[in-house]
Ligand binder design. Structure first.
Ligand code: SAM
Length: 244
């Protein structure tokens, strides 16, 4: 997977992503980060990339030309990839569709993705209309810039790419995969602060363990995210269990 990230703060993303599992995936070249500093495409001697909004109001806006020049340069450098295909460019914005696991799975099918990180009050609308294909938010709150948001997206997408997670870290059963939250986990020691591990997990009986986990998953989702239960396609037995 090739990620092309247009940002004013490439060092923030480089430091944030070059550790742990994603850092290893970069080392193994399962994913490639191409960090493009938009400021390198400013065409004035002070490398200025922002200006006051027309119509007045607080804050500054990112100007369209440096972003467009940076975008054109990357498209040109990778022209074999984009010869018959418009680049898929995600603009991170609180005004976008809220990112979720289903979207991560869909993005993970691509072989290359572009991301535009806004800053200040945002970005001139005209360049967004020209280059953006997807408007994505990471939640209903406002960040100072798109850099943390792109790191969230890249982390969630990359761990779905084959080879990025080892078997130990597999995505086999996780929250959201079947529309429910995952069951609780326990490891050694057997007793901690007077609390012991549920007996069924020591029974060695896989059918019983799976049944217990499914029930815990249902109960947890009901308690913490009732909105997910409403959308999940539950079997008759599962519905009966929840009614008890
Ligand atoms: N004025 C904009 C608005 O009200 O929609 C908010 C601008 S915000 C201060 C600056 C930048 O941070 C945005 O351009 C966007 O790239 C990023 N950002 C802020 N909140 C975000 C969120 N919830 N999800 C994704 N990106 C976000």
């Amino acid at each position: 997977m090739n990620y092309h990230i247009f940002t004013l703060f490439p060092e923030m993303i480089e430091q944030g992503l070059n550790t742990s599992i994603i850092g290893k995936a970069i080392e193994k070249e399962l994913i490639r980060l191409n960090l493009i500093n938009i400021r390198d495409y400013a065409n004035n001697k002070h490398n200025k990339v922002d200006d006051y909004p027309y119509g007045g109001g607080a804050g500054m806006l990112m100007q369209p030309e440096p972003i467009y020049s940076a975008y054109k340069a990357v498209v040109h450098q990778h022209k074999e990839t984009y010869v018959n295909k418009k680049p898929r460019m995600v603009y991170l914005t609180p005004q976008g569709k809220t990112f979720n696991q289903e979207m991560a799975e869909e993005f993970a099918k691509e072989s290359s993705l572009m991301f535009l990180c806004g800053h200040y009050e945002g970005v001139d609308e005209r360049v967004l209309e020209e280059v953006v294909t997807d408007y994505v938010s990471i939640g209903d709150y406002v960040l100072t810039g798109g850099e943390l948001a792109v790191m969230v997206m890249i982390d969630a997408i990359s761990r779905l790419i084959p080879g990025v997670l080892s078997n130990k870290e597999s995505t086999e059963y996780e929250s959201f995969q079947d529309g429910l939250l995952e069951y609780p986990h326990y490891t050694r020691p057997y007793e901690f602060l007077g609390k012991t591990v549920p007996d069924v997990l020591l029974s060695g009986h896989h059918a019983h363990i799976n049944k217990w986990r499914k029930e815990q998953s249902l109960l947890r989702t009901c308690e913490r995210r009732p909105d997910l239960i409403e959308k999940a396609s539950l079997s008759e037995d599962e519905k009966k269990f929840l009614k008890k």
